[in-house]
Design a protein around this ligand. Structure first.
Ligand code: PMV
Length: 307
């Protein structure tokens, strides 16, 4: 057992390709960001756990602690505090905090956890909190960092890239509730199984093409695939007026591609733009009510205990 105070950091994420389809077993591509959650924790000699968590994520922390305790038969109480540079833009703070908590508990109790075990424990916790469907892609991103291909069926991860990718991240002005949009797609799939399955499998194919284009840094093709993926997300019914408007203005201003990142219904879109046109695209997006965030996509390192 470790009686020191430990600090763990874990990155936020943005989905590049494959949202929604990944829940139904298709692959997706996700990048870690240079924005992190940081938690501090120690074992305490008290009757109850103590949490000093700034936002809504304390449900995730409590659940991770409970899953870990049951799995490893631990009774000691824990103090955990957290801070974040992720803001409330749907950048994966719940996943980052979940992964960071499990990593920290492993260290505090001297239980070595492989990346796979870290994934399995945090995924069990997240499924319990969300009481519904979640692919776990965001946990994998927080664990491994960089840009990864995540398989929705096997939950296996492989690296595509560890460098910065030329995407702009644009907040559309509205926070979205992932769980509600995931439910909406599930209902649509019940109502129209054939059409919905066709869209999901098309998205799955785009992801595999995008994997190759990203590895080759073929930005023209990456942009085209983003636009194809976005059309399918519109058909799936997860876009909204503001997203459509910002996608349109980005493309009209010269961006190579623009699409929803994540569940849709709000949060962020990603825009792929060549450096020489960035100024114009940013200006037009901001005139239309979007906020370009100060975020680097693809360079976040995986979860780590910081010394
Ligand atoms: O809204 P986000 O960024 O948490 O992304 C959700 C992505 C989904 O595929 C819709 C859900 C999931 O768990 O994969």
């Amino acid at each position: 057992m470790n009686s020191k105070v430990l600090t763990v950091v874990a990155p936020g994420k943005l989905m590049l390709f494959g949202e929604h389809a990944v829940i139904y077993g298709y692959p997706c591509i996700v990048s870690a960001l240079d924005k992190y959650i940081e938690i501090k924790g120690k074992i305490i000699d008290e009757k109850d756990d103590k949490f000093d968590i700034a936002d809504y994520s304390d449900g995730f922390i409590r659940r991770m602690v409970s899953v870990f305790r049951i799995k490893y038969g631990k009774k000691e109480k824990i103090f955990i505090s957290s801070k974040s540079t992720l803001g409330r833009y749907g950048l994966g703070s719940s996943a980052a905090i979940s992964v960071a908590t499990v990593k920290m508990l492993g260290k505090l109790f001297n239980i070595p956890l492989s990346a796979e075990e870290l994934f399995n424990i945090s995924y069990e916790g997240v499924l319990k909190v969300q009481k519904g469907k979640a692919s776990g892609f965001d946990l994998a991103s927080s664990i491994y960092g960089g840009t990864i291909l995540f398989d929705g069926k096997t939950k296996k991860t492989s690296y595509l890239n560890k460098g910065k990718l030329p995407f702009l991240t644009v907040f559309t002005g509205r926070k979205a509730k992932t769980v509600d949009i995931v439910k909406k797609v599930a209902q649509e799939k019940l109502r129209n199984p054939k059409e919905t399955e066709k869209i999901l499998s098309e998205i799955g194919k785009i992801v595999l093409r995008a994997e190759r284009a990203l590895k080759e840094k073929n930005w023209k093709v990456v942009g085209k695939l983003m636009n194809d993926n976005q059309k399918l997300l519109v058909e799936l019914g997860v876009s909204n007026g503001m997203i459509d408007k910002l996608v349109k203005i980005s493309l009209e201003s010269g961006a190579l591609g623009a699409k929803i990142s994540g569940a849709g219904g709000g949060d962020c879109i990603l825009v792929l733009v060549e450096r020489c046109l960035t100024g114009k695209v940013v200006e037009n997006i901001e005139k239309s009510g979007g906020t370009v965030l100060d975020i680097n996509v693809g360079i976040g390192g995986g979860v780590k205990v910081s010394l």
